[in-house]
Design a protein around this ligand. Structure first.
Ligand SMILES: Cc1ncc(C[n+]2csc(CCOP(=O)(O)OP(=O)(O)O)c2C)c(N)n1
Length: 640
């Protein structure tokens, strides 16, 4: 099995099966041989489509057989299958009525890269953030029992997602509630990068058959050596309902949580999977099936580089190399952050960096290699990451917690209670703030300004370019109190980076910078990623009429700039790539009202609406929301 999409295959002369699958229940009628053929067809579609759209290829390739086995054993019209994160559900999408639209994956107006209740009745729970599946599925199982129905509810969760406390909170309740409930642990030993933590070490160590044999021998020797009762104990151990293998494998852990453990099962052997699933289906209590899969399975470039192919841009399907159109991309904000942290850490031994399972995504790979003792990948545990940082900070260290804006939402109480209330010098580096594009509503960094700016003690900063991002880090270090920097996905305007960063002086906190001076008709107060398009739009007007001020700070607000602008201009346009409700512009409006200034002036604002923004290329999304040069220009003309 899994010879890959292009390998010679005795079945290849048969009619393709995928076009005939109009409803997922048809999968149950296929023989194991046909299912293998179908798996190869699905892989070919996944590679071909994702090579054009980009997306989560390696996770989806890894669960093709698992998806087929699930749909063949369970009744998709009745039973509920809940995917964790949902980035691995592409095969499921193909088999549940979305194959004709699959080429629109992640495109504007096309199908989402994640399960979505709006998209299909087979998507029972919307997802994109990790570790929700067990809790959501348990809720559905309990609701089923209350309604005296009898369908199955299954959660499929990866070993990376199982590192989060939330997953264990669900498991803990499930074990006690003890209804019919199935959790499938998809263990590929990978999160986005190699999985981390004691649990991960425990699982991989225990799966080695040699290790199990060794432990068994040692335990037997130990027991038989106990004078008097040793022989009896040995006999009891042998007859125990737990085999040695189960006892000394993850079975031990899950059995302690009162799950029946089945495993470990080869996740690429459909027949073996079907057997395990049927065994689980026959039980009326929580069962965990431990499935071993390989990330990227069946497509050599993804198997060889699962980190890159976890979430990949467009690539050539033949070679797996990135689509080499155009110029090489400019250095990203992420890169500027990683480089700056390395430069600062080289001079300041107090600096430590923390990621929640995203060393590549947050630009910390180089830091992890240069300062391994000062780098912490805590797993997909954003809440823990923040409180852990707080603990480090109490001891004089300077933690930089690097987490995407959308995932830091998880840590709200930790930021309030563990960091700000205690005025600890933790620096939050919020990557992917603003619109992220194809990953869509679950991933846009829309809310951070609103969820951070009202917390006492917090400072909130948004750089307009990469150099300002780096200066922002210097400023954060100089302050010694909670500090958040938010910056967008991708490249900025490409500013010249400070050569000697550690020698840079901090930015003046709460002071913006006027970058273009107009004639007093209209002032634009722009934040972060909105500064560059605002300047371009002002230049497009070619009349020198518009003043453009980079606000830089959301907290403390640049009140002197606001006062000066209000006194000298008749109209004010506020720009932010964040939610309008409660964000930057909202803070400015509050200030104008409280300070009783600019009462006769006209204020307008552009930002993210009170609605979840869909998926699609970020430039297209920005264009729709007037958050680009053309949209801002149109707004300026309208106001003038
Ligand atoms: C709360 C949250 N933090 C971070 C992420 C980013 N993320 C997406 S998938 C993933 C790794 C998931 O690993 P695993 O569950 O083992 O699935 P695999 O990709 O290996 O199939 C991470 C960290 C996320 N989706 N949600």
């Amino acid at each position: 099995m899994n010879k890959g999409p292009d390998a010679a295959d005795p079945y290849q002369r048969a009619e393709p099966l995928l076009p005939g699958i109009l409803h997922p229940s048809q999968v149950a009628a296929l023989s194991p041989a046909q299912l293998e053929l179908l798996a190869a067809e699905i892989r070919a579609v996944l590679v071909d489509t994702v090579s054009r759209t980009g997306g989560h290829l390696a996770p989806s390739l890894g669960v093709v057989e698992l998806t087929l086995a699930l749909l063949s054993v369970f009744n998709p019209a009745k039973d509920k299958l809940i995917w964790d994160v949902g980035h691995q559900a592409y095969a499921y999408k193909l088999l549940t009525g979305r194959k004709d639209r699959f080429s629109t994956l992640r495109r504007l107006g096309g199908i989402s890269g994640f399960p979505s209740r709006d998209e299909s009745s087979f998507d029972h729970f919307g997802v994109g953030h990790s570790s929700t599946s067990v809790s959501a599925a348990l809720g559905m199982a309990v609701a089923r029992d209350l309604a005296r129905e009898d369908h199955h509810v299954l959660a499929v969760i990866g070993d990376g997602s199982l590192t989060a406390g939330l997953a264990f909170e669900g498991m803990n309740q499930a074990g006690a509630v003890a209804g019919r409930f199935i959790v499938i642990l998809n263990d590929n030993e990978m999160s986005i990068s190699k999985n981390v933590g004691a649990l991960s070490l425990f699982m991989s160590r225990n799966l080695s058959a040699r290790w199990v044999r060794k432990v068994k021998r040692e335990v037997e020797t130990l027991l038989s050596g106990i004078p008097g009762i040793g022989g009896d104990l040995l006999e009891i151990a042998r007859r125990s309902k737990y085999s040695f293998k189960n006892f000394f494998t993850p079975g031990m852990l899950f059995e302690a949580l009162r799950f029946n453990y089945i495993g470990a099962v080869n996740g690429h052997d459909i027949v073996e999977l079907q057997k395990a699933l049927r065994l689980a289906a026959a039980q009326d209590r929580p069962v965990l099936i431990h499935v071993l899969t390989r990330k990227g399975r069946g497509y050599a470039p993804a198997e060889n580089n699962p980190v890159h192919f976890h979430g990949v841009g467009r690539f050539s399907p033949d070679t797996g190399s990135p689509d080499g159109e155009g110029n090489p991309p400019a250095p990203t904000y992420t890169r500027a952050l990683g480089d700056a942290l390395c430069a600062l850490a080289a001079r300041d031994p107090r600096i430590v960096a923390i990621t929640a399972a995203m060393p590549e995504g947050t630009g910390l790979r180089e830091f992890s290699e240069r300062f391994p003792d000062r780098f912490f990948d805590v797993g997909i545990c954003e809440q823990h990451a923040v409180t852990f940082a707080a603990g480090l900070a109490t001891q004089g260290l300077r933690p930089f917690v690097c987490i995407y804006s959308t995932f830091l939402q998880r840590s709200y109480d930790q930021i309030v209670h563990d960091v700000c209330l205690q005025r600890l010098p933790v620096v939050f580096c919020l990557d992917r703030a603003g619109l992220v594009g194809e990953d869509g509503a679950t991933h846009h960094g829309a809310f951070d300004l609103a969820y951070l700016r009202h917390i006492p003690q917090m400072t909130v900063f948004a750089p307009r370019d990469e150099a300002e991002l780096q200066r922002g880090l210097v400023t954060a270090l100089s302050l010694g109190s909670p500090f958040a920097l938010r910056y967008p996905r991708g490249s900025g305007p490409g500013s010249l980076l400070p050569e000697d960063l550690a020698g840079e002086s901090p930015l003046p906190v709460g002071r913006g910078e006027v970058l273009a001076r107009g004639d007093g008709s209209l002032a634009v107060l722009a934040l972060g990623s909105m500064v560059a398009p605002a300047l371009e739009a002002a230049r497009d007007l070619a009349s020198g009429r518009v003043t453009v001020c980079d606000a830089r700070w959301v907290k403390p607000l640049p009140v002197e700039n606001i006062k000066e602008i209000s006194a000298t201009h008749g109209k004010l346009l506020l720009l932010e790539e964040g939610c309008l409700a409660g964000g930057f512009s909202s803070a400015v409006l509050e200030y104008l009202a409280d300070a009783e200034i600019f009462r006769n002036g006209r204020v307008e604002r552009l930002g993210l609406p009170d609605a979840f923004v869909e998926h699609g290329p970020a430039p297209e999304l920005r264009a729709r929301l007037s958050l680009n040069r053309a949209g801002i220009l149109a707004k300026m003309r309208e106001m003038l």
